[in-house]
Structure formats: structure tokens, C-alpha cells
Design a protein around this ligand. Sequence first.
Ligand SMILES: Cc1cc2nc3c(=O)[nH]c(=O)nc-3n(C[C@H](O)[C@H](O)[C@H](O)COP(=O)(O)O)c2cc1C
Length: 326
Amino acid sequence: MAGFSCVTYRGICHGMGSDYAPTELTSARSIVMNGVTKSYRFMRIDPESEGVTCIQLFGNTVEDFTEAMKIICEDELLSRVDIFDINMGCPVAKVVKTGAGSGLIRTPELAGKIVEESRKTAEALDKILTVKTRIGFDDNDNNGPLFAKMLASCGAQAICVHGRTAKQMYAGKADWNAIAKMREAVANEGVYFFANGDVTDGKSAREILDVTGADGIMIGRASCGNPWIFQEVKDYLFEGKNSHEKNTLEKPTFKEKCDMLLTELDGRIKEVGEHTAVTEMRSVMPQYIKGFPGAAKMKVDLCRASTMTEVRQILDSCLREGTNGN
Ligand SMILES: Cc1cc2nc3c(=O)[nH]c(=O)nc-3n(C[C@H](O)[C@H](O)[C@H](O)COP(=O)(O)O)c2cc1C
């Protein structure tokens, strides 16, 4: 996820139960034009802390994807990536108007060619090729099942479907029934299928799996500032623990959340330096403290911070005041 999926946070999530997480989307065109240097920080992987690694690319031509994959694999570290994921879901206007991201849902023939050729390139590079998409472009688009089938028959080895149309962006409820139809369409294609959209806890994870028949789940927003969610979901699915009803799983305390925020910030500082890390964490920090008493005031303070010391002071003073020391 753009702004959230940095190498530090993916490592934290993997350590806390996530099987893998893609990098944020990176422009294939930019890699072809400029090499990997400009986008390196978005693509940096750490197989040791992340386990399975996945670089997500967006673009609008076959050549940009295949060339970008080859260029990435010329880099010593990046060549260790396990999966290339093609973004066919980004709804942002400046991406869609170039025909990339969810724009590719409207050009299925091109999308198919991109998958077909990218799969060949991925195979030659000994990589897995996956696709992330949505249930359609807008409400009038009923081609989701056909699109999924096409992706599978063109060689996608896994497909992840977000249960909203591109027009919806992130509004409204994810339509799990629409995901189910796409899952059904590829039932005999031998493709691994992930469902995505509105999974926020163990219960919703169970429900999305039951409704869609998916093989796996991707968790987006509910994982921001909340790496605990992965174990929570796994405990619910595999151990029968239900954190909400039976209260067998403790929710992280404010102190634990603050400690995790500082761990992420510390890792990001090592990645990109203090100024950039703190500035970029301004949209991430509120996610950690969401729901705790005093979060609104704290958010304002954190969004003004520009050093690790300032962040630490804000969190320390909240802990000292005791309003959040539960
Ligand atoms: C801030 C933000 C950034 C995102 N960036 C990406 C991205 O780079 N690549 C991608 O495939 N999806 C991206 N997404 C979409 C999420 O991966 C996910 O599909 C969507 O949020 C629905 O899942 P959720 O309800 O679990 O959040 C992003 C979503 C948000 C809110």
C-alpha cells in the first residue's frame, strides 16, 4: 500500500504473522526510463525479515512491464524478489487516465497481453507472476468473472480481487458476492485466489473466505498501524480463538502501540533518514493511536513533529498523563 508498505513495516508484519506483503505500486515506465535508482526506496526488499518478497508494478504497455522486470533483476538485492505483481486496481485518476492501474480493466485485450508476456519474462527470471485487480471498472461493468478467467488463462499464477469497482475508489462496502463470482470463474484454472476488502478482524476474515471461497485473504487498511491483525486473524481461523466474543486474545495496549510506532519509525529512519521518515510517518502515526482516548489531540501534535525526539516526547507525555496507559 502506497505510503504504508515500506520494507520496515513489511518486516514487522511478517514477524507478526503476515505471510507476505507486496511493495507499494512502482512505475514500470520510470524503471525503464531511469533504471532502478529513482524508485529503489519503494522497491527495496529484505528477504531475511520479509520472508516471501513481492514487487508491485504499474504500467500501460507490455514492453514496460517486461523490461522493468529484467532491469530489476539486474540489481543484486532486487533480483532476489520472489513475486512480480501487476497492478490492475489503482483507481487514482492520474494513473487510470494513462490506461494503467484499474484502467487496464477497460482494455482486457491489452491486460491479457501484459500478463502473457510478463509471465514468460517472469518464468525466464525464475519469478512468480501475480495480478491485483478489482471487481470491475464501474457499476455497469459485469465483466469481472470474464476478466478473472482471462487473467488466469493468460498465465497469472495468483489473482487478488478487491471487492470494489474503480469508480468506488474506497467508498461503500466491498462486494464479496462479486468477488465470489470471479473466484467461481477461475475455479478450474489452477490459479491461487485472494479476496480483499473490508477484512478488519478474525470474524470478517472467516466471513470473506466463506462467501467468496477464496484460497487466501489480503488485508489492507486494517493492517495500517496494526500489525497485530495478522495473528489475530490466524488465531481466529486456525486456533478457534475469537478476540471479540470470547476475549481470548488481548488487544495491544496503548504502550505496546507506542512502542511499535517507535520501532517502525526507527526502521524508517535507517531507511530514508530522520526528516523524510518522520514526515512520511505523519500519515501512519495516527493509525497506531486510533481509538485511544486523546487520539485527536495527539494526532495534531504528531503531525507537527519533525524529529524522533519530538515524537517520543509526545507519546511519553500521553503515557505519563495516564489517560492512555491502559
Ligand atoms: C492509502 C492506500 C494506498 C494503497 N496503495 C495500494 C497499492 O500501492 N497497491 C495496491 O495493490 N493496492 C493499494 N491500495 C488498495 C489496498 O491494497 C486494498 O485493496 C484496499 O484498501 C481494500 O482493502 P481493505 O478494505 O482491506 O483496505 C491502497 C489503499 C489505500 C487506502
